[in-house]
Design a protein. Structure first.
Lengths: 580, 580
């Protein structure tokens, strides 16, 4: 038991924990809770769930992450993009009742946890490497647009929910514009104004007041709470829910989520499997990205495999709390860090405050207008639309910019799931396409040295009957045809050639396709009275080749240790006269 | 018009065409037709179509390929794997009537042509590079097993067609074994014996007879025709179709296919799109592989983009002939080549003979037993099960062997479409996984030379406060985290380090993810009083970096031309004293 405890990440800091650290954690925990409570309800609405389920996401999952997570300042809980993905995947199923919707969401959390723990078991924390930065930028930017559009409905006070994302949502909104609720719109715009003001102008005011940090810090992050309080007061005092039909959160059941679980027919899991995997991956990616960024500010490191375990447990916690999938959030984690969180105790304090809210404070949210929650979501996701990142990417590398633009467009047109899948696919295909045309340099000797350089760029000397070339890439299926036809073309263009020296200094491995191609190439070259030689073959590649017949088939071609040795040997031994 | 003609591949040989070439082509054309007629009917049966549709595949498509194809000896027409894929994709749709099945097959051909022409338009002939040798070996071996199992039914004379591939087909066969038709089995086994005998033993006999090649050549390839004639005679004379219920081909409508076309609802194209793309890709791959192999025997080259056009036209021809998709076949092309085909005129002769057969000879096939056609298919696909290729792959490279085994298993268990898709996917993921852990060498100076080598393998000298390392891979999303954490770990382990020199001699490009990582790395290292320097940056990469702010952010870190220069400069300028 003790050794198990020692293996938990928190054992690293628990001994050095003291009063000072606790005060830091306490402040950070309070600040995050002030953000988390309105955000939780807002993200629940985004996920298509009743408001309290967003708060359920913020108790048990936080406890579990605090116990297992390797990041000290990652703030786990309901996040915008995962909530959107939950809504998007369940929206397609056309579930009839609200309780069925919730049951499916719970099973989605469970599957999500299952995938994360499976990845942990396979130690595949590195799987995030398969998703390129441009895909992420394109995806999050497009997801932010989709989210913003979906929440606009609440600000406009439109009655019918849209059937689908982006385009259908836009169309449906435009069709309902005649049912626009002006009061709702005013409340929403007011909330946006409060949120905007509390971002920078408020911080400036607070700075001028020179209040102690323990007070100014929470105040500067309390924008969502201000909006909630102001919106609630306006509706309550003006009785806007009755007189002007402003839609509000309404009755929230008091009390903590019950630990229970309603499994659906496992055959239905099939349709949930792919969405769950994607939510798990995207959530994991977001968490690891922000966790790594924060850890590096303190010279700490986070362990991706440990994060898989911790996030898996957090989602298991979400499933057993009967709610939707969670992840480490970008915004709240940044706030948690900058508010001074030293350890995951900060998260425990946030969770405690959420629990207190659920136990005794839910009646306060009865008059909370949905327009305010919509405004909170919109203001939270707008910074995700990374215009400068898009511009930078375009200037730097057109292939990356293409991937970004493609992912962005596909997410808008085809939806989040298909969009990110095709985005990842296209980035990988583009990579292979680039690798399929490797750089090949024909080289010659620099002066009398032992160095060989590209004849196109340097003043070098070559042998008349020998072609020496260096392939700047490992040899494998994607480029093997290209290399073969490059060599054959060179030989066809110079019929006096008798030797081809393939310099393998950049070849880190050879796959079965390349082996096959090399074997065929030897035969084809032999038909043209040309011998293939290898030079500078790396140790591991040579070990590989020793298991094959290639070295026998190569004869009388040779394997030279260095290019210098190859060229001196071939210059000294002119080939036998060949039939004309 | 004349310039268009000059651009056709046949313009290369049409002028030198003479009587001798024609005689060669004539013999090859006859030999191929003798194989093609029974194979065509057999593959039609495999595709789930009436026998005559296999012959329809062998007229118009051949004419079009002869006009446009860049291979002189590729024999286009119905092929085993494409036929299986047609049956597999249409089998899932549970079409009610035979005429509806045919109409869907025609639309599949049309879509297939569309994809090939689209790929041509995009000049994506290199797309075949994305499919590795191990995926192809695994796929064709498994497809051959599936095909053989599916045809076993005809030899056993079982009444009900199986619902599904491989496992369901096997189960369904075993369940029906009590309805086994002994007569059919004997006919089938007889046909197999004839086919086996005509492969090698017959060639030996013919060699001993010393007949002129114009006679012995066609005879040696006429195994399928012998089986057809013998089987037909046995059934006809013994009236086995009546007395013993041996299933036969029956009435084949006389005459050429009418040029017509029944479009289906384009919304149904959605379900046909993926199968059509896969048939197009696999067919293209098979054609290019065999075409390249044959062309290289004659020092010719085939042009993949021209092949896309020619195969697209051939499939358009198939669609307008009202039949299923075609490709360049492995077996018949080899026969065409070895029978002496000089130009595509050989294919025109084959097509002419098929047309003659359809016009006047179809009544001859009335008594042709289906067991014989099944035997022809089985004997044609068995050589595709490439056991020695599998063994060789296993010995050479476990990753390739894994891909092969995975593709093989997935095709059997999940069917041909999903199997090949997942096979291709896994080969690409495996590649990226390998690339995500690039080789990184920490290097030092060899003696007093300008050479720097891996400190783990060579006797080298290093500077105390400088880490020089070489990454043997381009920097991009898949490996950028790995490289970053490698460098940070090295720095954490050696806190006295003040300089890191990243040697970019093997870096052929940097993508946006890697740029972002480098920018972050500079900041993280700076926090630890370490400067990042670059050395041996290649020209194109330097051009890329000049468009970014990286070079400014690097300062006071520098970009050195060579590692030697970097190390001499850093040794000469010891860093300023740093705070303890």
């Amino acid at each position: 038991m003790l050794s198990l405890l020692n293996r938990l990440p928190l054992s690293q800091w628990l001994q050095a924990y003291n009063r000072e650290t606790f005060v830091s954690d306490l402040i950070a925990g309070v600040v995050v809770a002030i953000m988390l409570i309105p955000q939780g309800m807002a993200y629940a609405m985004l996920a298509g769930m009743p408001a309290e389920y967003g708060l359920y996401c913020a108790i048990l999952p936080l406890l579990l992450y605090a116990l297992l997570g390797s990041s000290r300042s990652l703030a786990v809980g309901p996040v915008a993009i995962a909530s959107l993905m939950v809504a998007s995947s369940l929206g397609q199923l056309q579930l009839q009742t609200s309780s069925e919707y919730i049951r499916y969401a719970v099973n989605l959390s469970l599957l999500c946890a299952g995938f994360l723990l499976l990845l942990r078991l396979l130690r595949l924390g590195d799987i995030v490497n398969f998703i390129s930065h441009s895909v992420i930028t394109g995806f999050t930017s497009a997801a932010a647009v989709v989210i913003a559009i979906s929440q606009l409905r609440h600000i406009l006070g439109l009655p019918r929910p849209p059937e689908g994302e982006f385009l259908p949502a836009l169309t449906s909104m435009l069709q309902q514009l005649d049912q626009l609720n002006i009061a709702s719109l005013l409340v929403g715009c007011g909330a946006i104004a409060v949120l905007w003001w509390s971002k920078k102008p408020l911080a400036k005011v607070l700075q001028e007041c020179r209040w102690p940090q323990a007070i100014s810090q929470p105040l500067s992050k309390a924008g969502p709470m201000f909006a909630v309080v102001a919106g609630t007061l306006v509706v309550w005092l003006g009785e806007l829910d009755q007189s002007l039909a402003v839609s509000t959160v309404g009755l929230i059941p008091e009390g903590l989520p019950s630990i229970s679980f309603g499994l659906i027919d496992p055959s239905t899991w099939q349709v949930l499997a792919l969405p769950a995997l994607l939510i798990a991956l995207v959530g994991f990616l977001e968490s690891v990205s922000v966790g790594t960024a924060l850890a590096s500010k303190r010279q700490e490191r986070i362990n991706p495999n440990q994060e898989l375990l911790a996030l898996g447990a957090a989602n298991l916690g979400a499933a057993f709390s009967g709610t939707f999938a969670v992840a480490g959030g970008l915004g709240r984690s940044m706030v948690n860090h900058s508010a001074g969180a030293q350890t995951t105790i900060a998260s425990l304090i946030s969770a405690l405050l959420v629990a207190v809210t659920l136990l005794w404070l839910t009646p306060l949210f009865y008059y909370l207008p949905k327009a305010v929650l919509g405004a909170i979501v919109i203001m939270a996701v707008l910074p995700l639309i990374d215009l400068s990142g898009i511009r930078k990417c375009w200037q730097f590398n057109k292939a990356d910019a293409l991937t970004l633009a493609l992912t962005f467009t596909l997410v808008l047109v085809l939806g989040v799931e298909l969009g990110i899948l095709l985005g990842i696919g296209s980035s990988i295909l583009l990579l292979i396409y680039r690798a399929s045309q490797p750089h090949i340099a024909i080289v010659g000797r620099v002066g009398e040295s032992e160095h060989f350089r590209n004849i196109a760029r340097h003043q070098v000397s070559t042998l008349n009957d020998t072609l020496a070339l260096r392939v700047d890439e490992s040899l494998y299926f994607a480029n093997t045809r290209y290399v073969e036809s490059f060599i054959l073309q060179q030989c066809a263009a110079a019929p006096h050639l008798r030797h081809v020296v393939l310099i393998c200094s950049a070849v880190n491995f050879i796959d079965a396709s390349a082996l096959e191609t090399l074997e065929n190439l030897i035969i084809k070259l032999r038909n043209q009275q040309v011998r293939l030689h290898l030079a500078e073959v790396k140790g591991p590649v040579m070990d590989q080749l020793k298991n094959t017949e290639l070295l026998q088939e190569l004869a009388p071609g040779q394997v030279f240790f260095t290019t210098d040795e190859a060229m001196r040997s071939l210059a000294a031994n002119p080939p036998a006269a060949h039939p004309a």
